[in-house]
Design a protein around this ligand. Structure first.
Ligand SMILES: Nc1ncnc2c1ncn2[C@@H]1O[C@H](COP(=O)(O)OP(=O)(O)OP(=O)(O)O)[C@@H](O)[C@H]1O
Ligand SMILES: [Mg+2]
Length: 265
């Protein structure tokens, strides 16, 4: 596979659950180093598309290639090349931050000392220096999500899948983590497909934001350039175009989240 071939190529994907059409003719191509966000309201089919691309479920029809492989049929060959982080951090509570971060490397068979050293570097890279030996219950939600990202990135995957990884965090914590993730993904040329219902996630991280309506129909595609991100008016316009298509009250969401945080305090 050459550098210009798409890393993720999805053509005419269909998936139903007991007669209910969750994904109806979805196609998408993601090139190397590109970050694509799938946005949409609940039930639009975002996670189903991601699960199909990750190879955890099989499509009814259509084709998917991830790094040239069929992610469902050739799941094992993709081991170590893809990494995943979810809304909940899925850390093991009886292990410390560093023991969680090194887990993927140990599974891949790296010698213990090397796995430990690499996990330490990644914890530092996600700004968790000093928290290596803390247990999961001693970490804040944002810190846990950082450990989860360090664990995902430590295996040096070509491709990163995220499903609502920033959604449970308060506004300020999510914003900082988004910025850190974006710079890491760009620095290491990771190809990334991520799912979110928060417009801010997409605008701050993605090169391309795709809004899905139910059935995973593509309702809108927005290209997000570094120049757009620097221009508050352009960001606002992009935000309202997306919000209009999503047809929700997204504009007030961040405020709701921070209010909730304030009340919780
Ligand atoms: N395993 C399943 N069995 C039956 N129906 C399913 C299954 N998985 C998803 N669905 C249905 O498919 C549709 C799309 O679900 P999906 O989880 O992909 O949505 P989503 O866009 O990720 O939503 P959310 O923002 O709530 O996470 C929904 O109507 C859901 O009920
Ligand atoms: Mg989902």
């Amino acid at each position: 596979m050459s550098d210009i071939d798409p890393v993720i190529e999805i053509q005419n994907l269909h998936k139903s659950f007991a007669g209910f059409v969750a994904v109806d003719d979805f196609s998408l191509s993601v090139s190397k180093g590109e970050i694509v966000a799938l946005l949409g309201r609940t039930g639009a089919g975002k996670s189903t598309v991601l699960n199909l691309v990750m190879g955890t479920i099989a499509p009814d029809r259509g084709s998917i290639r991830v790094a040239g492989l069929d992610p469902f049929a050739q799941f094992r060959q993709l081991k170590g090349r893809i990494a995943v982080s979810f809304q909940t951090d899925r850390l093991l509570p009886w292990r410390t931050a560093i023991e969680n971060a090194e887990l993927g490397l140990l599974i891949l068979g790296l010698p213990k000392a090397e796995a430990r050293a690499r996990a330490r570097q990644w914890l530092a890279r996600v700004n968790l220096r000093g928290a290596e030996d803390k247990y999961v219950h001693e970490l804040s939600g944002g810190m846990r999500q950082r450990v989860s990202l360090a664990r995902a990135l430590a295996v040096d995957p070509d491709i990163v899948f995220l499903d609502e990884s920033f959604s449970q965090l308060d506004h300020a914590t999510a914003k900082k983590l988004r910025t850190d993730f974006h710079s890491i993904a760009k620095e290491f040329q990771k190809t990334c497909l991520f799912v979110t219902h928060r417009i801010e996630d997409a605008i701050e991280i993605a090169d391309r934001a795709i809004v899905l309506s139910p059935g995973a129909h593509i309702a809108l595609t927005e290209r997000i350039t570094p120049a757009l991100r620097e221009d508050p008016d352009a960001v606002r316009e992009c935000h309202s175009r997306v919000a209009r298509v999503m047809g929700s009250d997204e504009d007030g969401e961040e405020e709701t989240v921070s209010n909730r945080t304030l009340h919780a305090d």
